[in-house]
Design a protein around this ligand. Sequence first.
Ligand code: SF4
Length: 355
Amino acid sequence: MDKTAAPVVELEHVDMTFTQHKGIGQKPIQIHALTDVSLRIEQGEVVALVGESGGGKSTIGNIISGLLKPTGGRLLFDGMDVARMTRQQYTEYRRQVQIVQQDAYAALNPVHTVLHSLSAPLKQKKRVHGRKEALKRVTELLEMVELRPVDQFINKYPHQLSGGQRQRILLARAISLEPRLIIADEPVSMIDVSLRVSALNLMHRLNEQTGISFLYITHDLATARYIGRSGRVAVLYMGQIVEEGPVRDVTTSPKHPYLQTLISVVPIPDPWVARNRRKIELKSLDMPSPANPPSGCRFHTRCPYAQPICEQERPVLREYEGRNVACHLVEEMPGWSLDDYRRPDELAGGGHDGL
Ligand code: SF4
């Protein structure tokens, strides 16, 4: 990874506010989906973006892919401000950043075969000329996403494929234009649990083979840890990044109380760990409304360690022990590490790969 080059994509202090109109005579409501979000994705990097539903993670994906314009801050692609690009630069940026949606069935035209769905964008962007070249390239793409033997898939319609196979067609379509970044928004949440690992392995292999960066968006910490095992994770809470850093460090020894709470209750299929793990209790189970977010730290209404400053001032992300954390009291926070709750024999063997 070339650290001197500009990141593929960078969000600089991005805000996103949606206005919801309630009806005639009623005041519109402002929904603060994102506040002061900064995030870099380097060339070839895998970044997992984790958060609860409604936390703003898909909004980030839609901003990076150009589907939404942020209401504040800047989106940079290859060091260039997307809002100031020429038409030609903007077209190139849209080609270089592809998105793979959660619902593969809705994303594919039901009356088009796999061959048509994959060759149409190639022809439109003049990446192939004529039917023969299109067939050759589509065959290569299907091989890359491991849909073999290719002739069993190439003339099928979406309804003739399984959820996992449709997801692979979307990945093939995304890589067909040779992008620099693929945003995968909950890509495995609608496919069978038994097929998820192979879909995650495929993305990991494509990242290694092609050097395409991946932003993997999910609510599931375990899959984030799996796909981003050599990359970074950023954790969102109510539209703000609360902790960001190397996946293993952040998911094993979280520093932010929100993440500590989350990981302390994640089910782990090991009765020894389940019995011995110290669970951290939230002050309240109620999720505040994004239309009326808490002042200061957005987690203060639920945080078991909250102090008066937490209600008054919003903590900014700052470096702490090899990662970035947004918490006023991070230095005083009691340590919490999953490794403390592993059996000694497991630790000696490197630990299991679940959470
Ligand atoms: Fe908890 Fe305060 Fe830290 Fe927010 S800033 S996470 S309320 S201790």
